[in-house]
Design a protein around this ligand. Sequence first.
Ligand code: HEC
Length: 254
Amino acid sequence: MSGGHSAPWARGLAVLLVVMGGLAAMPARAAGDDEAAIASHLAEYLRSARTVISQYQDLINDPQKGDKGLTPDRVIAEATALYEQVTGEDPMATDPAGSEGRLLRAQMQAIRDVMAEHEAEINEPGTGFKGFIPAVFARLVNEKFADAAGSEARVKTTAPADLVRNRKARPDAWENAVIEEKFEKPDWPRGKGFSETTEVDGRPAFRLIVPEYYKASCLACHGEPKGEMDITGYPKEGGKEGDLGSAISVTLFQ
Ligand code: HEC
């Protein structure tokens, strides 16, 4: 077209074609975005709830105090507040019939159930350390979540293979490869997750794994000196603040 000017009808057609192209391309892209958002929201809600349990470790382990008031409702309310700070989204505003809404609600129910099952133990006066630590809480929540939604989605806390304490947390081949070939590389951007559509148990699945690093609060158990027993009876890993120490892995079956 000479001079770069096109007739109005031609411009209109061009716009229409662009819009249609966009629409035609949308389903696949939207599905991918959805999966990435759902997986990262499940990881984030687990992390928020685990943070609540972490913040109350002193309270949980206080031998002087009976009722700690750490009810399922309170844990959910505080986890939701943390989650909203990070994601800017209200988990209860999701469509309860949609994939994200169902999975987040199943995860919240798993958290409620774990808290309800451990309330008596947490409220037991006279015992100090109770072993109700964030990692155990997260594992129990993930197990309950798998009971409810495991054919649709799974959430797992894992770690670099040489750091794993509980064999249930061992990284599978895919997780191990991402940890070793990406997260442990010095040039991998800190905190950046990795996602891929692949297969799990022979089924096509979207997978997301997010790295986490030791904080000062982790080192009483995972820090130095390596090999010394921690309060839970496991040998310390010799980790340092900032070391890669954990990863949250989410599977969404397609
Ligand atoms: C009070 C001691 C203690 C503290 C503090 C602690 N952990 Fe752990 N951690 C454990 C124990 C015990 C397990 C095994 C839990 C189980 O039975 O599944 C564990 C398990 C884990 C796991 C799951 C993989 C595995 O090894 O089984 C990760 C990841 C982890 N811890 C990371 C952390 C991080 C990150 C922090 C700090 C934010 C932290 N831990 C703080 C004791 C601790």
